[in-house]
Ligand binder design. Structure first.
Ligand code: NDP
Length: 436
């Protein structure tokens, strides 16, 4: 069995434990405070701070909404609908990358269909007066509260399943309960043979909820003001373009760190079930009550800049995957790609991976994070600069991706040894060409 601690040793053990405990205890209240500030405190951190100063812990307990029957119903119906789409919609058979213990997960690539059916159903329900998405916005605090507790219980289930009934040999314990709970135990947990839990939590629940909530915020502003401000339109369109890109490329996502290296625990699963719907959608949540008017020209410039960044981010991922899929026999920016043939040993076997050193991957080793962060900036900037909180996601994403670049470099260094060193000599910058 592989150990769950591999690739998690970038920071010292002390820092690792402290940050895990800090994140486990601070993330849930943060989600509630973020929602409260956006929806009830005008997006002003100072207003929430003053409230907490005046009312203390009792005040905080009072603003924490209790999960209601309506909230559970919304979550359950949405989750069951997405699970059914994942299981039953047709899709091509796709193989994931070979795992450390030699397993190759098989998926059904029906993400685009699920995305399309979800949005058409949701907007259709509103259009025909069957269900009003403003109900979701009006119960958002209760929904987040229910998600916080429900997802914690779900992570306990993953922990127990990892111990008692792992789905494959890509599972194992680090011997430490906190690490096992936080980082997870199983790489590819499944229910039965076909229902992949990480595809559900990360893609079909998490990323899908991003699109559903973006539409919800737009509809809420429309119902409040009788029109949608251009700032809200830019924000919603960019977020939808981003999520559309995600589902278009979903089988590529199954080759990334989230799926192929990070195990199913609090970090990935709780993050996708709670943090994505709340924090990732927060710029739109803010705009509901702040219908900023940008003017057509400025709105269009921001929209185009955002779409360009999303495209470049997509093209970076596409380039790497096309390069790997064709075994280096492709064109990169019109030329034969330059590459390193990196050999490594796994389970006693020697294997070779190709590392692309031209195109986007020749600019820096994680250049794809630059357009990812800029795209987030462009769908947030319609909120202008009256408050900091809408920018929280951009700041969080920047920290997350800089840390991820560190983790990934560390993992690749131990996997490829001298070949990674060669790559670092050839492409010396980690993220920002010429700077970092
Ligand atoms: P990727 O998994 O796409 O890339 C890293 C992996 O690619 C490495 O572990 C290595 O794996 C391989 N690799 C590294 N360098 C090269 C190279 N030069 N040539 C070929 N293969 C290489 O990274 P991420 O999962 O971090 O990112 C995927 C996408 O998800 C990006 O678009 C990113 O912006 C986005 N993302 C978004 C987040 C969000 O919260 N919004 C969070 C994280 C990512 P191997 O072992 O196979 O060699």
């Amino acid at each position: 069995m592989a150990t769950a601690t591999e690739s998690k040793t970038v920071h010292s053990a002390m820092v690792t434990y402290a940050s895990m405990l800090l994140l486990l205890s601070l993330c849930p209240p943060f989600v509630i405070l973020l929602w409260y500030t956006m929806v009830h405190a005008d997006g002003s951190v100072a207003q929430t701070w003053n409230f907490l100063k005046q009312h203390g812990l009792q005040g905080f307990i009072e603003i924490w909404p209790r999960p209601t029957a309506t909230a559970w119903k919304i979550i359950f119906v949405y989750g069951a609908f997405e699970a059914a789409l994942q299981l039953f919609l047709p899709g091509k058979r796709v193989e994931g990358p070979i795992s450390p213990t030699g397993n190759r997960p098989v998926y059904k690539a029906n993400g685009v269909a699920a995305y399309f059916v979800t949005l058409v159903t949701y907007i259709g329900l509103w259009w025909f007066g069957i269900f009003n998405p403003t109900v979701v916005y009006d119960h958002l605090g209760e929904i987040f509260s229910a998600l916080i507790f429900g997802s914690l219980i779900f992570c306990i289930f993953l922990y127990i399943k990892g111990h008692l009934a792992p789905s494959s040999t890509d599972s194992g314990s680090s011997g430490n309960i906190i690490i096992d709970f936080y980082w997870g135990m199983e790489l590819y947990p499944r229910i039965g043979k076909n229902f992949d839990i990480k595809v559900f939590t990360n893609c079909r629940f998490g990323l899908m909820s991003w699109a559903v909530l973006a539409v919800t915020y737009c509809i809420k502003q429309y119902e409040l003001n009788g029109k949608v401000a251009d700032s809200m339109l830019v924000n919603t369109i960019l977020m939808l373009v981003y999520v559309t890109k995600f589902f278009w490329w979903e089988d590529g996502y199954w080759n990334t760190m989230d799926i192929a290296h990070d195990r199913a625990g609090f970090y990935i699963c709780w993050g996708c079930l709670v943090w994505v719907p709340s924090v990732y959608t927060s710029p739109g949540m803010y705009l509901v009550n702040h219908p900023v008017n940008l003017g057509t020209q400025l709105a269009l410039y921001i929209l185009l800049a955002g779409i360009l960044c999303i495209y470049i981010n997509y093209d970076c991922d596409r380039q790497r995957q096309e390069f790997r899929r064709t075994n280096g026999k492709c064109r990169v920016w019109g030329k034969a790609p330059s590459k390193i043939e990196a050999t490594y040993t796994t389970s006693g076997e020697t294997k070779t991976s190709l590392l692309l050193t031209s195109g986007w991957w020749g600019l820096s080793r994680h250049f794809h994070y630059v357009p990812e962060i800029l795209a987030a900036f462009f769908w947030t900037v319609p909120a202008l600069f009256n408050h900091f909180l809408p920018y929280f996601y951009v700041v969080f994403l920047t920290i997350l991706l800089f840390d991820r670049a560190e983790r990934d470099d560390d993992r690749c260094r131990s996997k490829y040894g001298k070949y990674w060193k060669l790559y670092c000599n050839k492409v010396p910058y980690k993220i920002l060409p010429g700077i970092y």
